[in-house]
Design a protein around this ligand. Structure first.
Ligand SMILES: NC(=O)c1ccc[n+]([C@@H]2O[C@H](COP(=O)([O-])OP(=O)(O)OC[C@H]3O[C@@H](n4cnc5c(N)ncnc54)[C@H](O)[C@@H]3O)[C@@H](O)[C@H]2O)c1
Length: 371
């Protein structure tokens, strides 16, 4: 006799705008392990249209509160603009429902700490979308690095060189500290440096610069950091929205090999190169062992979450890792705007950078807030 398949995870999506489509498509692709049973949006017509497209039987609600009151759900996907992430996530946790929150998890470290506290108090997981951790190559790299196969990490470069035209910032929530939390450091490069941190582990200190070079924003449109890790590795991290030739690139030089990926919004194994150091040519076989042509995507992270739920394991990316990534962003701003080196753990109460990513110290005048 075979075991019956477990019932599908009952998923809900709050916020049915652009990125919600990636979540709904991933849920559809992962059927019957997960099913979209309800959606909510403050724009009811958008929510209706979304449900009609992805799950005609899904219930449609005007708010997460209404959805949680009426439906029985196992996972809430928070796909709203950043300033709503933590309040919505806490609402869900208090109803006993795990959340998968789009990046950036929170607008500030203080807000993140509120979420961590409620997750610990309720015992309900709050997860962040960092889909690029879940591609086959990233998983293999983390495994080989943790197993010691690659030797000590020595040097890394992490570049998110993207381009956004001025019109991109016509959307009212974009480019504003109090709504988006920051510029490319918080909204775009965060995926790449989250993966950098997932591979290299805890960072110790960093020195950064940030500037508003060209775009009509309150936030930076470029930031750059030089960072030292606890294990001694040194890395540079560049986040830009003013780079017409767009690339996302991560390169790790270990004692025994260089591992590099060049992609834009998602990678497959074909985007990675593995270069063994002289005398370590045999390592190439370990890298080539389980090639995958699947693009790093929401589908892979949601599949990993379903696997973890089924196994009773801790799903990723949990609050501790997400806080470490957010702290890296906060430290980038604190270092850039104060002109000092910032250590991990330095930003504590009453430091203004705990409460706002701009720390009240931005050296250029606001454009959007004034308009
Ligand atoms: N992981 C990724 O690769 C990735 C890519 C793009 C965007 N994002 C993130 O996804 C989030 C959403 O971005 P987007 O581009 O989809 O935004 P969007 O503006 O297209 O959609 C947001 C939707 O949320 C709705 N909404 C706002 N407040 C709400 C509330 N309180 N309750 C219910 N609905 C509400 C809006 O009406 C809108 O339909 C952002 O945090 C963004 O950074 C992640």
């Amino acid at each position: 006799m075979t075991d019956a398949a477990p019932p599908p995870i009952r998923a809900a999506i709050v916020g049915t705008g652009a990125i919600a489509h990636a979540h709904a498509q991933a849920i559809a692709d992962l059927a019957p392990r997960i099913a979209l049973v309800a959606v909510a949006d403050v724009d009811p017509a958008r929510a209706r249209e979304f449900a009609d497209r992805f799950a005609t039987s899904a219930a449609v609600h005007p708010s997460l509160g209404a959805l949680l009151a009426a439906e029985s759900v196992d996972l809430v996907h928070v796909c709203t603009p950043p300033q709503t992430h933590v309040p919505l996530a806490i609402e869900s946790l208090r109803a006993g429902v795990p959340v998968l929150v789009e990046k950036p998890t929170a607008l500030s470290l203080a807000e993140m700490d509120e979420l961590v506290a409620v997750s610990r108090e309720t015992g309900v997981p709050a997860l962040t979308v960092f889909q690029h951790r879940f591609g086959a190559a990233a998983q293999r790299l983390i495994r080989l690095r943790n197993g010691g196969t690659l030797g000590r990490p020595l040097v890394a470069t992490c570049e998110t060189l993207w381009y956004r035209p001025a019109e991109y910032f016509d959307v009212p929530w974009r480019g504003r500290w109090e709504v988006e939390g920051g510029g490319p450091t918080m909204g775009h490069g965060i995926h790449q440096f989250d993966l950098l941190l997932a591979v290299l582990g805890p960072w110790r200190r960093l020195s950064a610069f940030a500037a508003r070079q060209a775009l009509p924003t309150d936030t930076e449109d470029v930031s750059m950091a030089v960072v030292e890790f606890d294990n001694g590795a040194l890395a540079t991290v560049v986040n830009s929205l003013v780079s017409p030739h767009e690339t996302s690139r991560l390169r790790f030089d270990f004692e025994h090999a260089t591992v590099e990926v060049v992609h834009l919004y998602g990678y497959s194994d074909a985007d990675w190169t593995f270069t063994p150091a002289p005398g370590h040519e045999h390592l190439a076989a370990a890298w080539d062992a389980d090639d995958s042509d699947e693009i790093s995507s929401h589908r892979l992270q949601i599949a990993a979450i379903i696997d973890a739920f089924a196994a009773g394991a801790e799903p990723a990316v949990g609050v501790d890792d997400a806080r470490r990534t957010l702290e890296f962003a906060a430290a980038t701003y604190a270092s850039a705007f104060r002109g000092i080196t910032v250590g991990a753990g330095d930003i504590v109460d009453p430091d203004p950078f705990l409460f706002r990513m701009d720390g009240g110290a931005v050296p250029w005048p606001p454009l959007k807030e004034a308009s």
